[in-house]
Design a protein around this ligand. Structure first.
Ligand SMILES: Cc1ncc(COP(=O)(O)O)c(C=O)c1O
Length: 319
């Protein structure tokens, strides 16, 4: 699904605007499969596990706009597998429209109403059980540790690209959320000897919860792969908690400014849930001296841009 590196580019117009150099972006929003995003890297490993185990149907769960669901449905289509998408939302007209791409990729879409995280996991297990009873071989997509491996590879890829371009990249900003992307990247960075300071911009949880989630996956990566890497406490992690605003998925003035700025200077799209908040931290901390002017810094764009098309109402400064 991803047979060449995603683009690594200099943000020359942003540099001009902020009056500094050394600003870069890694475009994981720029992939060939279904508009791309971080879950494509995880799907490389989930698909591998599914195919190796002889599965013939993928089961995945998420909200109606879920990037994971969309990309899983696309991956299933590409690999000749069936796909069952379970949404923990009501089957409203809006939700059906938001889930449209899943149906376009041929997935069977089920709306189970509003469910909590545990109930949703139960619904997925039940769906898999029913498929097994009908003689199918389901693979449940979403194992955090398997999925995290995608970003272990991404850390190496980014390191190689910076080195090939002669850039001493020091800082990488990425969204802090459920943890697989962050833990995988931190593990890859650790295996390289920690060349990057990793800045996690929380878009979902408080710092203790975010750190605990990432640490759990990092420790499992270490034990499952048996590779030597430093303990989680020794990693060069910087948590940024000031960009969460009113919480997960809620717009914030900072995010809106960053979103509009990147669109108008570089023609790059972000969205309110993950990448605009992360970009807000990257831009502000690069401008105000927190990231020294002589240290190169990269915003890791993890995708999710399709959700922007249902976020029109969230803008406060656009008519
Ligand atoms: C676009 C985008 N960026 C970042 C994330 C956060 O990744 P993780 O769940 O691995 O923390 C997600 C998760 O769905 C996402 O869709």
């Amino acid at each position: 699904m991803l047979d060449h590196p995603t683009p690594f580019r200099r943000l020359k117009n942003v540099e001009k605007l902020l009056g500094r150099g050394g600003l870069y972006i890694k475009r994981d929003d720029h992939m060939e499969t279904a508009l791309g995003g971080n879950k494509v890297r995880s799907l490389e490993f989930w698909l591998g596990a599914a195919i190796e185990s002889g599965s013939d149907v993928l089961v995945v769960a998420g909200g109606a706009m879920s990037n994971l669901c969309r990309l899983t449905a696309a991956a299933a289509a590409m690999h000749g597998l069936d796909c069952v998408v379970i949404h923990n939302s009501d089957a409203s007209e809006t939700a059906k429209q938001q889930s449209f791409l899943n149906r376009l990729f041929g997935a069977e879409v089920r709306f189970l109403g509003r469910l909590g995280e545990d109930q949703r996991a139960g619904a997925v297990a039940t769906a898999a059980e029913e498929l097994r009873a009908a003689g199918r071989k389901p693979y449940i997509v979403g194992d955090a540790v398997v999925g995290a491996l995608g970003y272990t590879v991404a850390a190496q890829e980014l390191h190689d690209q910076a080195e090939a371009d002669g850039i001493a990249l020091r800082h990488v900003f990425l969204s802090g959320s459920m943890g697989p992307t962050e833990a995988g990247f931190l593990f890859g960075n650790a295996l390289l000897g920690n060349p990057f300071a990793v800045h996690l911009v929380s878009v979902e949880y408080g710092q203790a919860e975010l750190a605990a989630r990432v640490a759990r996956i990092y420790d499992d990566l270490k034990s499952n792969t048996q590779l030597q890497a430093p303990s989680f406490e020794e990693l060069p992690i910087h948590y940024h908690m000031d960009y969460l605003g009113d919480g997960y998925g809620r717009p914030s003035p900072d995010a809106e400014r960053a979103l509009i700025m990147l669109a108008r200077t570089e023609g790059i799209l972000t969205e309110f849930v993950y990448t605009a908040k992360t970009a807000a931290a990257f831009l502000e901390l690069s401008e105000n001296g927190y990231i020294p002017n002589d240290e190169a810094c990269c915003f890791l764009h993890t995708g999710g841009v399709p959700s922007l098309f249902s976020q029109f109402d969230l803008f406060r400064s656009l008519d």
